[in-house]
Design a protein. Structure first.
Length: 217
């Protein structure tokens, strides 16, 4: 009787082991699959980071700069389309902003442009945007042109040059050149600003009328 019970217990143990082995095999396969997927994801992340690190900094900066100006121009274009101002008011705003932006008054150009737009009943937002005719990329060429125009109008010899790079342009650099240079620059800025704003008025008027006709179609 005891021998029979021992054989029965051994048979039950062997059956339990046989039943447990598929479960253990399945769980081990699941763990191995998870490990493989983790390794795959980790390798992909490492490859992506390596690619990003391999990009040259100047190329990345150029892409970011292009994206910034693209979004900025898109923003002003959408604002331009949504404006309810008349084409004449928009054109006056363009002229006011261009005139203010022609002077080497960094930090005051937008304020002056908006003030002029208020006086001539122009669009203030367009005036503020148009002052960006002078920016860190155009400071040097624009003000150098104004300086030479002023020297020519005042019949003074060009004995001094202006800083043409945006990094060297500053109030200190301007004032250190003396009143003669500053006077020539201001006279040239006045004349160039008047001519540029006159042209900008008619260009802005033509564009505003074209956009207005397109909106009503």
């Amino acid at each position: 009787m005891g021998a029979a019970l021992d054989r029965s217990a051994r048979a039950t143990d062997s059956t339990d082991k046989d039943d447990a082995s598929p479960v253990q095999t399945s769980s081990s396969r699941t763990l191995s699959n998870q490990d493989e997927s983790r390794q795959t994801i980790s390798s992909r992340v490492k490859k992506t980071l390596a690619r990003r690190r391999s990009l040259p900094n100047n190329g990345l900066l150029k892409r970011l700069d292009a994206l910034y100006w693209q979004r900025l121009s898109r923003y002003f274009y959408v604002r331009f389309l949504r404006m309810s101002s008349s084409p004449e008011a928009i054109a006056r705003g363009v002229a006011a902003g261009i005139f203010a932006g022609s002077f080497p008054l960094m930090g005051l150009q937008i304020i002056i442009g908006v003030a002029i737009a208020v006086m001539v009943r122009g669009n203030k937002a367009i005036a503020a945007a148009s002052t960006w005719i002078s920016n860190p990329l155009t400071y040097g060429p624009l003000f150098l042109l104004n300086f030479h125009v002023g020297r020519w109008l005042l019949r003074q010899p060009v004995t001094t040059d202006l800083p043409i790079s945006s990094s060297s342009w500053s109030w200190d650099a301007l004032t250190s050149m003396g009143l003669s240079v500053v006077g020539s620059l201001m006279v040239g800025s006045l004349v160039v600003g008047l001519v540029a704003s006159f042209v900008g008025y008619f260009v802005g008027l033509a564009i505003a009328r074209r956009v207005q006709r397109a909106k009503h179609r």
